[in-house]
Design a protein around this ligand. Structure first.
Ligand code: FAD
Length: 801
């Protein structure tokens, strides 16, 4: 066995071999894979082999499209068969919400170049004649859907990898992974030790155990899953062509032809987690015992939807485990806190996603970054607060909701409340309707009187409308208050702090007592952060950014660490409030001695009431506003001070729904909507914050300079949209001159201006005030007009005044 290698992939399931193949495809041949048994010895061998592109996250959907197209390439390279059946598939909708979801997906697919179609009952009857159409409104047809042979495909990946120079060792069991001082790894196996520069954990069902060997907890959990293969069915084998896939979300089932019969699998509500205390090493090529009780209701439903099933005998039952992360997406990328240790696990749909996972991981390792935003599957999307106690209920929830409608405003209830601030009971008593961000309870809005304490999940306007309008009005006409807990905050200290910031951030690093806004760029000039820098002294800075990106940002800071600088994540050690609105200054003046001369973008330590705070004059709500930071132990005292003083000035608490409406008035972008690694500073307008003249070779400079010399084709613009009851959410296509020319990044309703607003990326040539367009929202073409004048405080007089 080879004992030194550049990369050692642990695990020979479909994901491990895909990673191995993509490493060779991108040019690394000194790579190996070790498998404790034969290839496919985990979940892979008992998969139903189905694949599809549908995924709520656009980048995940694109990667699923890549995976599906890859199989032909594998067959060509290796001469092996993946057993491909490109039969197409439909996803049924039996109610308005499900149909809305399919309409929204179809709209996204337009600019992604995916050729899906909305079909009505008559067409469904032709495509999938065994379907009982009672109550069916329509379906989404995807010609790319299909299935394959899981074992053949895994072996095709393996052969393609070997052809690229990779080595595969079966019957080699990894027992330990230990890091050497130089950051390389000893992979200790039952056949000897392998010295590897990089380790990839593709341990599938055993990924938790393999992770523990390196001292990390990877948040995933196996669930039992069952599908049934029927005996022959005349209506199936007498057809001229193979029956397509049918996804029936109402019945939580997927169905396809298998031989001369059918195969149907269920995501049943009475589902069961498997191996809660760890996956036994003795588990191998065996199945779990059949369990019809668990799927009794699902089968009864399926008999109604597909009456032929009731007459068909059962040929075989496949019941096996596979893993899920808390949100159902894979866990991919460099594991935070470890050098040269990579995750490629938690892949619950290996045959839809495995190719994309392998490609992204290989790009990340070899080229330093991925070609697209992979936040949805980045292992760093969970922080160090994640625990098995949280993961398990979330995974169960995810399994149960696998076929449910995912609403843009939906807040999932499992494992909550998890992390709360000192304000939880106070806000709860005031009517808070809660959401969750990165494990933290955050107020979405405050219900009053007999308003429901629950926001109805919807693609259209929800019951949060009135409350949001009230809160926006208070911020625009008086003063609003909310927490600043859900900002990511970092303390940067040390003699080289300024120099380090000048290298890591593209923008200007401010003077003591001042703030600046700056993008953070990857080496290829993509946006990987959108920060406020507060300079407390030349050796002491505070950074604020998105709360959900903490682990992602800390990983980047650690990768770019240097002597003489310490970066601490203080997101949960600093909390406080923001107060915003025309009366905000009066409130601050009432509780401090020296607020009057605090200018826009100033930062200053101040005593607020009796609480030592850091106050900075900046606001994401547009207009006048202050962020006031304190220690968590002082937060309640600070609240009483500000709330008491605020009464005289019309103070109201506000939540995230109001904040997202307020920011639209100034067309402010938000992280992972307008600003993400999918975009560049030139496209999004963040180039105006780049300090071109600074004497620093900041990361991404070469790419940013190149973009400046040759401006990108698309730019971020705002549109006013004529809508009915549904505003833009994200990724709706923009039609100009009869063709799709761009897509929305986010949108919503400006309660202040009484207008529906969309932010969108469109070709530069169309980016002129008054440009007419149409935006496809839930299947309806809505007229839109490009606007360039902000809806509030257009000249910045409030903000700076
Ligand atoms: C019943 C059922 C039906 C399914 N149907 C579909 C479907 O239709 N479509 C779809 O896309 N997905 C389906 N899946 C899910 C699919 O099986 C998984 O997404 C996929 O198999 C995950 O592959 P993996 O490589 O991540 O993990 P695994 O297949 O579990 O592979 C992990 C490998 O790592 C090896 N390993 C672990 N620890 C060590 C160690 N210490 N040393 C050496 N080797 C080690 C194991 O032996 C194993 O071979 C289904 C799953 C089930 C259970």
């Amino acid at each position: 066995m080879k004992t030194t290698t550049r990369v050692c992939v642990i695990g020979g399931g479909v994901v491990g071999v895909s990673v191995l193949y993509h490493l060779t495809k991108l040019g690394w041949s000194d790579v190996m894979l070790v498998e404790r048994s034969e290839l496919t010895s985990g979940s892979t061998w008992h998969a139903a082999g189905g694949f599809h592109t549908l995924n709520g996250d656009t980048n995940m959907a694109a990667l699923q499209g890549y995976t599906i197209r890859l199989y032909k390439e594998l067959e060509e390279i290796t001469g092996m068969s993946c057993g491909l059946h490109h039969v197409g598939g439909i996803t049924l909708a039996d109610n308005r919400d499900r149909f809305d979801m399919l309409l929204a997906e179809r709209a996204k697919h337009r600019y992604m170049g995916l050729d899906t179609q909305i079909v009505g009952p008559e067409e469904i009857a032709k495509i999938a004649p065994i379907t009982n159409l009672e109550g069916i409104l329509g379906a989404l047809y995807d010609p790319l859907d299909g299935h394959l042979d899981p074992s053949g495909t895994t072996h095709a990946y393996a052969k393609a990898a070997r052809m690229g120079g990779a080595t595969i060792e079966t019957h080699v069991m990894v027992q330990e992974t230990t890091q050497r001082p130089d950051g390389t790894w000893n992979v200790v196996t039952d056949k000897g030790t392998i010295h590897a520069e990089h380790v990839v954990n593709a341990g599938g069902l055993w990924a938790r155990e393999v992770g523990a060997m390196a001292g990390v907890y990877l948040p995933l959990h196996p669930m039992e899953h069952q599908y049934i293969v029927t005996d022959e069915i005349a209506e199936i084998y007498e057809r001229d062509s193979e029956h397509p896939h049918v996804m029936d979300p109402a019945g939580e089932s997927y169905l396809r032809q298998e031989g001369r019969g059918l195969c149907i699998g269920f995501y049943e509500q009475p589902c069961r987690p498997w191996a809660v205390n760890g996956t036994p090493w003795t588990f191998g090529h065996e199945l779990l015992p059949d369990d019809f009780d668990k799927i009794e209701d699902s089968i009864a439903f399926a008999y109604k939807r597909f009456p032929v099933l009731e007459r068909a005998g059962v040929k075989s039952v496949i019941h096996g485990p596979f893993t899920f992360a808390p949100d159902g997406n894979p866990l991919v990328g460099p594991v935070p806190g470890l050098r040269n240790y990579w995750s490629a696990c938690g892949v619950m749909a290996g045959f839809s996603q495995g190719g994309g996972v392998g490609l992204m991981l290989a790009q990340w390792m070899i080229e330093g970054e991925c070609e697209r935003d992979v936040s949805a599957m980045d292992v760093a999307r969970f922080g160090d607060w994640i625990s098995p106690g949280y993961t398990l209920p979330k995974v169960i929830e995810n399994y149960q909701k696998r076929f449910s409608v995912s609403y843009p405003n939906e807040e999932l209830p499992a494992a909550r409340p998890n992390r709360t601030t000192m304000m939880y009971d106070i806000f709860d008593d005031m009517g808070a309707v809660w959401g969750a961000q990165f494990g933290l309870e955050v107020v979405n809005y405050f219900a009053e009187g007999d308003e429901a304490r629950y926001e109805t999940p919807s693609f259209r306007r929800s019951n949060a409308w009135e409350a949001t309008a009230r809160e926006v009005k208070a911020v625009r006409e008086a003063v609003g208050i909310n927490e600043v807990q859900n900002f990511g905050k970092y303390e940067v200290t040390g003699p080289n702090a300024r120099e380090w910031l000048d290298r890591v951030m593209a923008g200007r690093v401010p003077k003591p007592g001042r703030l600046s806004l700056t993008p953070m760029l990857s080496h290829k000039g993509r946006l990987i952060g959108d920060f406020t820098i507060s300079c407390l002294s030349d050796t002491h800075f505070q950074l604020t950014a998105s709360y959900g990106a903490q682990a992602y940002h800390m990983r980047w800071f650690e990768q770019n660490a240097t002597e003489g600088v310490t970066v601490r994540n203080v997101s949960d050690q600093l909390t406080g409030f923001q107060i915003a609105g025309p009366n905000a200054r009066k409130v601050l003046e009432a509780v401090t001695r020296d607020a009057t001369d605090l200018k826009f973008m100033d930062v200053r330590p101040m005593t607020v009431g009796m609480t030592p705070c850091l106050v900075q004059r900046v606001s994401y709500t547009a207009g006048l506003g202050y962020e006031i930071y304190c220690e968590p132990v002082a937060q309640r005292q600070l609240w009483h001070t500000l709330w008491t003083a605020g009464q005289e000035f019309g103070m109201r608490p506000f939540g995230m729904r109001a904040m997202m409406s307020l920011r639209l008035d100034k067309f402010f972008g938000s992280w992972l909507s307008e600003f993400s690694p999918d975009y560049t500073p030139g496209e999004t307008g963040l180039d105006r914050f780049i300090a071109w003249s600074k004497n620093a070779d900041f990361i991404g400079r070469v790419a940013a300079e190149a973009e400046r010399a040759n401006p990108p084709d698309r730019v971020l613009c705002a549109f006013e949209v004529a809508v009915n009851d549904a505003d833009v959410n994200a990724y709706e296509p923009i039609w100009i001159d009869g063709a799709v020319q761009g897509f929305c990044t986010s949108g919503g309703y400006s309660h202040h201006a009484g207008k529906s607003i969309a932010l969108a990326l469109i070709p530069r040539s169309y980016a002129q005030d008054g440009q007419k367009a149409q935006i496809e929202i839930l299947g309806e073409m809505c007229d839109a007009t490009l606007i360039t004048t902000p809806l509030y405080d257009a000249d910045g007089a409030q903000m700076r005044g």
